[in-house]
Design a protein around this ligand. Sequence first.
Ligand code: IPE
Ligand code: IPE
Ligand code: MG
Length: 236
Amino acid sequence: MADKKNASPSGEGRLRHIAFIMDGNGRWAKKRGMPRTYGHAAGAKVFKKIVEYCGAIGIEAVTVYAFSTENWRRPKEEVDAILSLFTDYIGEAERSFRDKDIQLHFLGSKEVFPPELKARMERLEEVSKDRRLILNIAVNYGGRDDIVHAVNTLIAEGKRTITEEDITSRLYTKDSPAPDLIVRTGAEKRLSNFLLWEAAYAELYFTEVLWPDFDEKQVDLCVEEFYGRRRRYGAI
Ligand code: IPE
Ligand code: IPE
Ligand code: MG
């Protein structure tokens, strides 16, 4: 059999799930002499644009890393600003998501959020569940935390031995296909605790572009790069 590259946007090996580590908001703001929170506000706008675009080009699932389990270490002011942008987004989703065909999932434990916000997040997940484009928003998310959470779920179910599939199907990402491509903006080359289990055979793409400067053309570059790669999954 020919050693085929990721064949085509419609065939086998197509790009179904793309995940973004939206990094570089703080540096983007600093370059403009503005507070870091200004960068987060700009980043939130870009996030909406990129999700729309991914839907338009036929991607099935988009995951975005919005706030990690480690980001609580930041100054309270910054944490509050990010969470307030997140709460605004929940409100927007409640108002305008009916005709968007987006299936929302929040990755990460919701227990840290006020009960009222947690209920709104769960309700959005419930009402959107049959829609086309899967949008996973990782907030209070950590890849290690997710694996521990999955294992604790299995223990609670009384399992004594487990399979890979047992873990995969209890992760926060259980409703999505495995990520095909993980994109990190902002020049760092690391996963920072993102999708540790799911990333096993994901293609990785790192760019120096800071998240607030990321746009549709940048997505096209990622897609093009993806279709030029060969995924061997350990075979030859
Ligand atoms: C990513 O941008 C957004 C979050 C982590 C919430 P940063 O805030 O990490 O921006 P830099 O990396 O400091 O520029
Ligand atoms: C990763 O970015 C987390 C998000 C983008 C939400 P960080 O800025 O927190 O990662 P590190 O600290 O550079 O590894
Ligand atoms: Mg960062």
